[in-house]
Design a binder for this molecule. Structure first.
Ligand SMILES: [Zn+2]
Length: 359
């Protein structure tokens, strides 16, 4: 058993005495009421805090564990422009794309001259960024410099940093990132996200995207209003809800049917980094848990906080019917579990952040 097994993670109680209303947490209006009811006080304190103070939160979890979703929902809940999300993988990609602009390139070179310390000259470094697409091939020294560059542009924002440290060799750098950033003297913390491999696997296996507007959905976990049936291969498919897409058939990317197989090595590295950082002293930690054993779920969460599964049927006339039922998976210890919808995980994030920041 690994230390990242869900068993090691406290189960967070989002069930609140006195709140009996069922919220539709898949919709922004419903979520607003939901957050208000469950963590309204904490949100108020966080808003107050964010008016003058910031924080740096490192999001740690396996690839596809929902890091971006959780930080986005946190921002939605606190409704503050003073919070941002930095995806380290995107920084390298964006900077690579932005080098076409002369202005951007000059600014970056200037910044690197003052802030980059590493084994390549600034010219070599620029050439390196221009020649690569993959963030994994860029040195850690350079990633640190680019991260500083990005953070320097957002000095008033509290930040969720997603994708750093990425490997065991980057852990010691991350310990000193706050010092490296220098001018910021705000609290930093680690937010651990525990998600069973089975959840990641099915998220990949069943994900589909609209070929026109690129909206992502999931045949099994996030259905659309209209579902079609393909007579030729006997399968059901989703149609885009976006009115301008004319019920376009949503499609699966080739390779997704393999689930986590192609990224298994990546997930193992993520897990090693996660495990090392769990043992780190001297920094505040927040524990987020995606799955909850079915036998205790009733005690800890409300049923609308659980991720449903969608299955489809055809009636005699050929019309497709969507049936919603609770989705169960086995967590990494083989315990039959439900997976929480992202807003429920964010309720525990908000509660714990308020605690860690001593609000
Ligand atoms: Zn669409």
């Amino acid at each position: 058993m690994t230390i990242t097994s869900p068993k090691e993670f406290p189960i967070f109680k989002t069930k609140t005495p006195g709140i009996t209303e069922r919220f539709d947490i898949t919709d922004t209006v419903g979520r607003k009421k939901y957050f208000e009811a469950k963590v309204g006080k904490e949100i108020e304190k966080l808003r107050e805090y964010l008016k003058k103070d910031t924080f740096i939160a490192f999001l740690l979890g396996k690839k596809n564990s929902g890091k971006g979703t959780y930080s986005k929902l946190f921002m939605e809940a606190v409704e503050s422009a003073n919070v941002g999300h930095v995806a380290v993988g995107d920084i390298v990609r964006d900077i690579h794309a932005g080098l076409d602009s002369h202005d951007h390139k000059t600014k970056l070179i200037e910044f690197l001259r003052g802030n980059y310390r590493g084994f390549h000259s600034v010219e070599e470094t620029i050439a390196l960024i221009e020649g690569r697409d993959q963030s994994s091939l860029v040195s850690t020294e350079l990633i640190i410099a680019l991260l500083k560059y990005e953070i320097s542009k957002r000095s008033r924002q509290a930040l969720f940093i997603d994708g750093f440290p990425r490997g065991l060799d980057q852990i010691s750098y991350s310990l000193f990132l706050r010092e490296l950033i220098g001018y910021r003297d705000d609290p930093d913390l680690l937010a651990f996200i525990s998600v069973p491999n089975a959840v990641i696997d099915e998220r990949i296996k069943y994900r589909v995207v609209c070929p026109i507007c690129k909206t992502p959905r999931n045949l099994k976990l996030m259905a659309t209003k209209y579902v079609g049936y393909d007579e030729k291969d006997g399968s059901f498919y989703l149609m885009c809800d976006n009115p301008s897409c004319n019920k376009a058939r949503m499609i699966r990317k080739e390779g997704d049917e393999l689930g986590i197989e192609p990224i298994r090595r990546r997930l193992e590295v993520d897990e090693e980094v996660f495990r090392q950082l769990l043992r780190l002293h001297g920094i505040s930690k927040v524990y987020l848990r995606n799955a909850i054993p079915t036998d205790v779920a009733k005690e800890y969460v409300d049923d609308y906080e659980l991720t449903p599964e969608y299955v489809y049927e055809r009636d005699a006339s050929g019309a497709v019917r969507t049936i919603e039922k609770p989705w169960t998976i086995e967590d990494d210890d083989g315990v039959l579990s439900y997976s929480l919808l992202p807003p429920a995980v964010v309720v525990s994030l908000i509660k714990q952040m308020a605690g860690v920041l001593r609000l």
